[in-house]
Design a protein around this ligand. Sequence first.
Ligand code: NAP
Length: 458
Amino acid sequence: MAYQTINPYTGKTVKTYDFISDGDLETALASAHALYKKWKASDALAERISQLRRLAAVLRRNEEQYAKIITGEVGKIISESRGEVELSASIAEYYADHGEEFMAPVPVPTASGRAYYLKQSTGVIFAVEPWNFPFYQVMRVFAPNFIAGNTMLLKHASICPSSAQAFEDAVKEAGIEEGAFKNLFISYDQVSKAIADPRISGVCLTGSERGGASVASEAGKALKKSSMELGGNDAFIILDDADMDVVKRMIAPARLYNAGQVCASSKRFIVTEKNYDRFVSDLIDVFSQVKLGDPMDENTTMGPLSSAQAKKDVLDAIDAGIRAGAQVLYGNKPVNHPGNFVMPTILTGITRDNPLYNKEVFGPVGEVFKVRDEEEAIALANDSSYGLGSTVFSRDLDRAQAAARRIEAGMTIINAPCLTQPDLPFGGVKNSGYGRELAELGFYTFLNEHMVYVPESK
Ligand code: NAP
């Protein structure tokens, strides 16, 4: 697919970007690999830490400019785009702050001498990223690898090329060395070629199961370490003793942020009988307060979906669900605007044989399930091929944490919506992928834990 910025609110094509040639790809690989080797031969950690701080400062200085690029390209409301740029700056700062500590050798206990492992860079990391957070997703990979001494090549989504270019420009403006980061407008064939290249030491993708399976198999064929951050249909579990005022406040951030196009947003609301009527009424109230409109307008609370295809996919999924017996509690009406709008929609009555039951709907759709008790809630949450995030609401924090331990997911948040921050690891299990990004765990993904052993002299 061609790389194009199409404004999701107006439908106008703003800019088209040409694919790069194989020669350009070779130049990028050579430059990234040369810098990796140069860093290997020197101790440039302190310099990289200060460069990463400069990148955080550039992001903050130009926040409004970047936010407008993101909103004009993927349709999220302008305040969310500003928040994304700030979050990206804080990830850069987090890894700058912890760089020395995370790179320190780790002693390995042994009775037979002295052992430790070094944390060493491995080469060039190839990252394939999605459009729903065009800066944040890239920073999650760039910051830890840059500190560790790995360089990075990016294949961004074909619908957010202007954001990809803006990120690269920010890296340049921060004075970061040539070769540390390069955005590539490349085809799927060139992605396969790059992954097979011996200079690439690791591959990561954030995106759909389909994209993940394809890129992971290319990485597997070439014996490259990989990390996959894929989709989810996260459960939002409301136990009998939940504080329903808190629950109501969390509905919008949990499901409507970025018009519902968030991997770890709560796609399945699982409510025990006791709170069902109250919850459904609150859900309808929250969804009906949404103000659809121009995402650049500060008064809009939800913008269009990212593309005409994204809108079609969501509407098709709702239709298929209804055909299989789901009922519409709210929404599912056409929006009288040429932008890619989908009215926030609430569905119930989704049975196990409904195609929605085990599907990720990537838009403002809330699915509600009534269950008898906690046991049934957890069984339903786990009856999914995904396992990304989850949330549990209960006034009893011990009970909520005990429930969290039983949920088959990479993340559980108690009494709050899905969220992300630099110091919390992010990732899933099952078809939601493998590996972790962010925090200390995310730092090690593409490192060599190089063991050194000095046996006791006899
Ligand atoms: P997608 O189609 O898989 O696209 C994601 C990226 O992969 C894009 O850059 C895409 O390029 C590329 N891609 C897809 N197939 C490829 C192939 N065969 N070879 C090379 N590159 C390929 O995903 P999406 O539907 O746009 O994104 C939304 C999905 O991402 C949702 O499922 C969401 O849950 C998931 N997501 C997960 C996380 C997480 O951390 N777990 C975070 C955000 C989003 P093109 O654009 O050129 O096709």
